[in-house]
Design a protein around this ligand. Structure first.
Ligand code: ADP
Length: 462
């Protein structure tokens, strides 16, 4: 209100002065002075109005870039106030614009970092915006695809049906054909005025795990069904048929016993695997005397082989190892029993403990049947066997190398398999240097043990 009076003060003053001059001098002088001052005021206002108009025109052309905004004209009097306020308003306007664009940038950065794909669809299901994950999942290109109808780019029949159904309570799983093996979980979320968010999640890994789980259950059921069928068949014969032949009866009991043992091995291996896979099961580490452990495994190998092979133990290192003795015994024993089971009678097997490039190295070498290169990458998969019947005949469960792989993972160790068909195999296990405990002051003496006196040497492998 005060400001409004201030604006009229000059006019009121002019009228008062004009009236006084009129009274004191004469009307002509008073009106001439009045007109002159009015003319001055009109020129002043018209000039600054024109400047303001010009400034607005330049401001409009500046594309709202703070660096190209024209300066607010300088003035005095009423226009001075107007321009100061305008300058203040523009500063405030840019500050809020800047903080808004920073917030928007942060939001875009956050959504860009999200592993989930996000596509914003308008009320006609045209693409308004999407983040880089959505570009990857759905094969979109934000620069080219803005304004395109989403079904022109995501063409799967199931997706089109899902979009048009209007029922988005459940997500949709689709396989992306343009990227091999990419499985996506898509969910449409309506919001605002018939707009939608399309969220995509890469579930390829979960899908693979689900397939593995299904395969695993099918394999376990199959492995258990076979011995159960044998036992069931014999039991039926013994129960309902009048068997006079005690020899036959004994044979049936022996076979049933074999099958029961097979099931027992399978269940034991399954329990071992499940214990190893349990993330809660922490590794109980202790200092293991590998030489002692291998001596005892060597004795076991001899009794398993029952004199059919030339077995040979070579202890080149006396380093101890930090790890779980039970787990490593089970892993080494699996590798050794495989060497015995897959090496024909008269073959050679050697067990060695040494150090190479600062790492601990345990290896089992055999002159057995060998493995084709196409099988090697898959050997540690559960129930993967090169020769199913040979594995079963020799009491294999198909889980041995899967157990070895888990134990080694838990010890940050890795396995290397070198093999050639009909020549033999070497299974090398490398332990990281940090797990080795060197025996201070002790001398390295090569300890070499042969199970059978033999002048044969192990044929060189690949
Ligand atoms: P299995 O109980 O069948 O032996 P494993 O997981 O221990 O199961 O081994 C998987 C497969 O790898 C075996 O079925 C066999 O075909 C092959 N294999 C493992 N060790 C050897 C070896 N020393 N020589 C030849 N083949 C082997």
């Amino acid at each position: 209100m005060f400001d409004l009076w201030r604006r009229f003060a000059a006019i009121i003053l002019l009228i008062v002065v004009t009236v006084i001059i009129w009274g004191v001098v004469d009307a002509v002088t008073a009106l001439a002075l009045f007109s002159l001052v009015l003319l001055g005021l009109t020129i002043y206002h018209t000039y600054y109005l024109a400047l303001l108009d010009l400034w607005f025109q330049r401001f409009n052309h500046s594309a709202f870039d703070p660096f190209t905004i024209p300066n607010v004209p300088k003035s005095f009097g009423v226009w001075g106030d107007v321009f100061i306020r305008l300058a203040r308003f523009i500063r405030r306007y840019y500050r809020s614009r800047q903080s808004l664009s920073k917030a928007l940038e942060r939001l875009q950065r956050a959504t860009s970092a999200m592993p989930e794909g996000i596509v914003i669809l308008d009320e006609a299901d045209r693409i308004e915006w999407c983040n880089p994950s959505a570009e990857q999942h759905l094969g979109l290109d934000l620069r080219l695809d803005i304004g395109q109808h989403v079904t022109h780019l995501v063409r799967q029949v199931q997706f089109v049906a899902y979009l048009t159904s209007g029922d988005y309570s459940k997500p949709l799983i689709i396989k992306q054909s343009r990227y091999e093996e990419l499985v996506l979980l898509l969910q449409l979320v309506p919001y605002g005025d018939r707009e939608k968010l399309l969220i995509s999640r890469d579930i390829t890994r979960f899908e693979k795990m689900e397939i593995m789980r299904r395969d695993f259950i099918a394999n376990v059921s199959h492995e258990l069904r076979t011995p159960l069928t044998v036992i069931g068949g014999f039991l039926e014969t013994l129960l309902y048929e009048d068997i006079k032949d005690s020899e036959m009866e004994k044979r049936a009991l022996i076979l049933m016993n074999d099958q029961a043992k097979r099931m027992q091995h399978l269940v034991e291996d399954l329990l071992t695997l499940s214990k190893l896979e349990n993330a809660q099961n922490i590794l109980h580490e202790e200092e293991i005397n590998i030489a002692e452990l291998l001596q005892s495994l060597y004795q076991e190998a001899q009794s398993l082989s029952a004199g059919r092979h030339h077995i040979h133990l070579k202890l080149v290192s006396d380093a101890h190892l930090l790890g779980s003795v039970d787990e490593l015994r089970s892993a080494f024993s699996n590798l050794i029993s495989n060497a015995v089971r897959y090496t024909p009678d008269g073959g050679n097997i050697s067990l060695s403990w040494t150090e190479e490039q600062g790492q601990g190295l345990f290896y089992v070498q055999d002159s057995g049947i060998g493995i084709g290169p196409e099988h090697i990458p898959r050997l540690a998969e559960r129930f993967y066997r090169v020769d199913r019947s040979r594995s079963r005949e020799t009491g294999g469960t198909g889980l041995g190398l899967a157990i070895v792989k888990h134990v080694l993972n838990r010890h940050q160790a890795h396995m290397e398999i070198i093999s050639e068909i009909e020549k033999g195999s070497i299974f090398k296990v490398w332990f990281p240097a940090k797990r080795l405990i060197k025996n201070k002051g002790s001398h390295l003496t090569i300890h070499d043990t042969h199970a059978m006196p033999s002048n044969k040497t192990i044929p060189p492998l690949i």
